[in-house]
Design a protein around this ligand. Structure first.
Ligand code: NDP
Length: 503
């Protein structure tokens, strides 16, 4: 696709208050410094396929410099030796700075990956709330933890050290949230970090770095480099790294897990999902309609935990499918910079191709298209954009590829069940275990069903995040959890110091 086919949109991008476009620097040792590599990668607006920015494609010298910076800050710097309360204060200051960047951050995010501004507009506030949440356990980290031995002969002082230099690798679908949920607990614990954002979304995260710099974070504590997946793999294996935290695809997660296994390097993996919305026979259709997009198609279907398999009782199949189709068809698709837009483009041309290939396979395997089903053609200036029609497929069975593999596009599949036991079996019949939702008027009955779903998180008539509760996947959806005290503990190394009982 040509980079010059959408002059209207180029003019619009030029009119936007975007402080970041073409950059040749990386953040190392507390400053934006010119990258060693002279190679650049374009940043493309998927709504038009216009190239509007670029970043360095890092080389080994850039990687070594970033890791050495983080290593020095950890081994010799003030950050790991500062009190947790002192670190928490900097997180709180950074949260306030970040909120001030909400608008340029949202525009940058939307132009990187097509996330509608209705979604990206909340990214800074959400990240700020995560920073503030992870400031709150500071007193827990600094409290004395002395445990008497059951034998009565001695006691042990349990010390909580930071785990070390962390590699943080994030995908493109929520480029701020999925970095900050790693960064905030790592920083509170006293770790230092090297961040590698996804190649599609390398610019918006710089507002987070800038907020931390303005908040007084010491040099070297946070470093950011940009480069392809192979560069991320070099980071994972770098001898200066102590821990890896990754969100992305299951295939890449397995590769990272293999490296970390060989190196005995702790790793947290937040991977793909294929979650189910189990619609009980007593469902209130107005609740289903009001929650469906958020729980099953959030961010144009590019969200790891969404429940894209809709499990419908045969007894109410037709009216439920009608409600689903009406709800999806009524949600506007178009310019992601328009606050009314619900469905934007796919994040990239490659992602659009992947989603369309899934639709071809689904049809070949017998799924029935009841809404959408093709690439969406929009008028100028979006004619070159990479949109997919919001789609509902009925008659899907558990053995079909579309019911088993993560699609990451605006596609819902309807699977029918006879009784509730069959529905639970269907929900648990994938290789994943990340999200899920139960829709039912009797919330106690719905809770009993949620308890039987083999998944890290399940909602009842809603799916809402909670910074204080663990979030993570089972089976092919990952290893370990993020958020909550459990998420913080991934960045803590425990040390037991034994001593004689004091009189
Ligand atoms: P990837 O897993 O390929 O990428 C995630 C991050 O890892 C990116 O920063 C990527 O860099 C980096 N990376 C890629 N290969 C390696 C490697 N070998 N070692 C270390 N880091 C690596 O996801 P994609 O963005 O390509 O998306 C592919 C599919 O993954 C999607 O279609 C979707 O199914 C799933 N996905 C799941 C997400 C989730 O939240 N569960 C999020 C995003 C995607 P780079 O961008 O430079 O390739």
């Amino acid at each position: 696709m040509s980079a010059t086919t959408s002059p209207t949109r180029i003019a619009r991008i030029d009119d936007l208050a975007l402080p970041l476009r073409h950059v040749d620097d990386v953040f190392v040792e507390g400053a934006w410094v010119r990258a060693d590599s002279s190679e650049r990668r374009a940043v493309v607006d998927p709504a038009t396929s216009v190239e509007w920015g670029s970043v360095p494609v890092g080389n080994r010298a850039d990687l070594d410099a970033a890791v050495a910076s983080a290593r020095h800050a950890f081994d010799r710097g003030s950050w790991p030796r500062m009190s947790p309360s002192g670190r928490a204060e900097i997180l709180r200051r950074a949260a306030a700075r970040l909120e001030a960047y909400a608008e340029p951050l949202a525009l940058t995010n939307t132009l990187e990956n097509g996330t509608p501004v209705a979604e990206s507009g909340g990214a800074a506030a959400n990240a700020a709330s995560i920073l503030r949440y992870f400031a709150t356990p500071a007193p827990v980290l600094e409290a004395d933890d002395v445990r008497a031995a059951p034998s009565g002969t001695h006691e042990t002082l349990v010390q909580r050290d930071p785990v070390g230099v962390c590699a943080l690798i994030a995908p493109w679908n929520f480029p701020i949230n999925l970095v900050v949920v790693k960064l905030a607990p790592a920083l509170l614990a006293g770790c230092t970090v090297v961040i590698k954002p996804a190649s599609l979304t390398p610019l918006s995260i710089r507002f987070v770095i800038e907020s931390l710099r303005e908040a007084g974070l010491p040099a070297g504590v946070v470093n950011i480099v940009t480069g392809p997946g192979s560069f991320g793999e070099e980071l994972v294996r770098h001898p200066g790294i102590d821990k890896v935290a990754f969100t992305g695809s299951t295939d890449v997660g397995r590769t990272i897990a293999r490296h970390c296994g060989e190196l005995l390097r702790p790793v947290t993996l937040e991977l793909g999902g294929k979650s189910s919305a189990l619609v009980l026979p007593d469902v209130d259709l107005s609740v289903l309609r009001s929650r469906l997009i958020r729980s099953s198609l959030r961010n144009t279907g590019q969200t790891c935990y969404i429940s894209t398999r809709i499990l419908v009782p045969v007894s109410r199949h037709d009216e439920i499918v009608e409600a689903i189709v009406e709800t999806v068809a009524a949600a506007p698709q178009g310019d992601p910079l328009d606050p009314a837009t619900v469905f934007g483009p796919a994040a990239s041309a490659a992602q659009q191709r992947s989603v369309l290939a899934h639709l071809v396979t689904a049809r070949e395997q017998g799924a029935e298209v009841v809404l959408g089903g093709r690439a969406a053609e929009l008028p100028e200036p979006f004619a070159e954009g990479v949109f997919v029609e919001p789609t509902v497929l009925d008659g899907v069975t558990a053995d079909m590829t579309i019911a088993r593999e993560e699609v990451f596009g605006p596609i819902l599949t309807v699977l029918s069940y006879g009784d509730v036991d069959e529905a639970v079996d269907l929900a648990n019949s994938t290789d994943f275990g990340l999200g899920g939702i139960v829709f039912g008027a009797d919330e106690e009955a719905a809770l009993r069903i949620a308890e039987r779903m083999d998944s890290g998180s399940v909602g009842i008539n809603l799916f809402a995040s909670n910074h204080a509760a663990p979030f993570g996947g089972r089976h092919d959806s990952g290893l370990g959890v993020e958020y909550g005290p459990e998420g913080l503990s991934a960045y803590v190394a425990y040390k037991s110091i034994h001593r004689r009982l004091r009189a």
